[in-house]
Structure formats: structure tokens, C-alpha cells
Design a protein. Sequence first.
Length: 142
Amino acid sequence: MGNDGRTIWETVIIFVLIGVAIVFITPIIQKIAFDSQLSTAKTSAEDLMKQLSVTYEEYSLSREVFLPFMLEFNENGTFDLYEQTTKVANNQLLEHGKKPDAGQVILVENGETIIKNLVYGQIICNKEANKQVECYREKQQK
């Protein structure tokens, strides 16, 4: 080739450097995306806990409701132990945060909220009494 163009080796080296950069950058991008999903799931679970308390308080003003007050999520939609609260709870909970794919949120007698296996895509969130919400990737069961 003439002096103006690149040789085949220069072109190969450029492609190799680009490939090496992609190999190192891809895991960093994946970690950032996973951390974002984890943060979103945790925030949604915490918002759902707060909204469950509000829903319970509002609903208990109009009729007698007993604790534990539970909402269970599955592929068929949202329901709780009290069939008559389904429409009220669904409407209020759908307005706030991301709806989980599965799991339970339970308001127990002492006013504490417990979360059992709330699933947001590949993320699972749990919360025991007097502890913080913990979220992790579905395959890494604790």
C-alpha cells in the first residue's frame, strides 16, 4: 500500500484493541445494570410496605379488619385475605411503585411489616421483623 492508507496489520491491531476494550467494559456495564435493578427492587419493596400500612389504616376506618393483613402477589394479580379489600388494595397499590411478580407483604400484630419472597424479575426481596429489606439475585438464595 501507499503512504496514505493503513496496512492490514494496523487495521487488525485496531480491531483487537476494540475487542479487548469490550471484554473489560462489558462486566462493568452489567454490574451497573444489576445494581440499578437491585436498587429499584428494594425501593419498590419499601414503598409497598408503606402503602400496605396506609391501605390497612384507610380500610380499617370503614370496617373491622384484623391483623395479620396480607397481600399476596402472583401471575393472576393481587389479592389478600379479605376478598372485599381486593379492589381497594389493587387500585391503591398499582398507583405506587413497581408491582412484584410474586410474593407476600404482611402487616403483623405489632405493626411491623414482613416481606416474603417478593419477586421483581430476577431479584428477590425479603424482610424479617425488625430488620431491613434485603434483595438479591434469584439464583443466589441465602
